[in-house]
Design a binder for this molecule. Sequence first.
Ligand code: SF4
Length: 290
Amino acid sequence: MSACELCPRVCRADREAGEIGFCGVGSDLRVARIAPHMWEEPCLSGSRGAGAVFFSGCSLRCAFCQNRVLSHSAKGENISDAELLDRVLALAASGVHCIDLVTPTQFSSRLIPILEEIKNKTDLPVVWNSGGYERVETLRSLEGLVDVYLPDFKYASGELAGKYSGAPDYPEVAAEAVAEMYRQVGEFECDGEGIAKKGLILRHLVLPGGRHDSENVLRKLAASLPVGKIRLSLMSQYTPDFAEASPYRELHRRVTSFEYGYVLSVAQELGFEGFCQERSSASGRFTPEF
Ligand code: SF4
């Protein structure tokens, strides 16, 4: 019996015995895509792309998720540890700027020996790109293996977190997680080409009707982390296409310019540096720093 407690769901699924966890995956390592990715922040995608590994499954599964085929349905292919290592090393050799592990939390323990091999064989920074819903105990096991933490910080309100992600403890859990992430990697640093070498980049997606919670997220972060030593990535790319079936009517529209501008002005007032998105950009690409 091996009860999984990797993430804050602590659902205790016996994945080794064939059980599937709340996150939608069992014992097999499962990925949806391994390829260069141009749509991360400029300090990660650069000119040649981030070397992205999109893992299947997710322990959050938000109502507005735009990767729901991967997160909610766990679409993907099973892959051996050796094949994942080979494909990541091949991606690294292709010229990408980093190894970008997208939604990796449900495979954390499995990834440790793979990351140790990656660290031995390439100097590229390893990016841990997650929903921010992480256990501190699990993050501690990654110390020294991750260079850039790229977590979301989705909500300040437990009520909203419960409503959209079924995780009313998200605000407290994510606050502890990002503090641990910062403890591990410290001040954000780039190389001479503007590519992130290490640090913490916090992502926040502004939701329709959510500007006051977004403001509370930013105020909470500014009160608990050294604003000048981290980066904020403020996202406006929410689209309602994926929430049409959602019972939450407020998610059936886009974020307005007023809502996004309001949150951006709060970020600037609080002294955050980082990245924002052109609302007119259909691609959702990030623009350079604000
Ligand atoms: S990682 Fe998956 S199986 Fe493990 S505790 Fe979280 S939801 Fe459950």
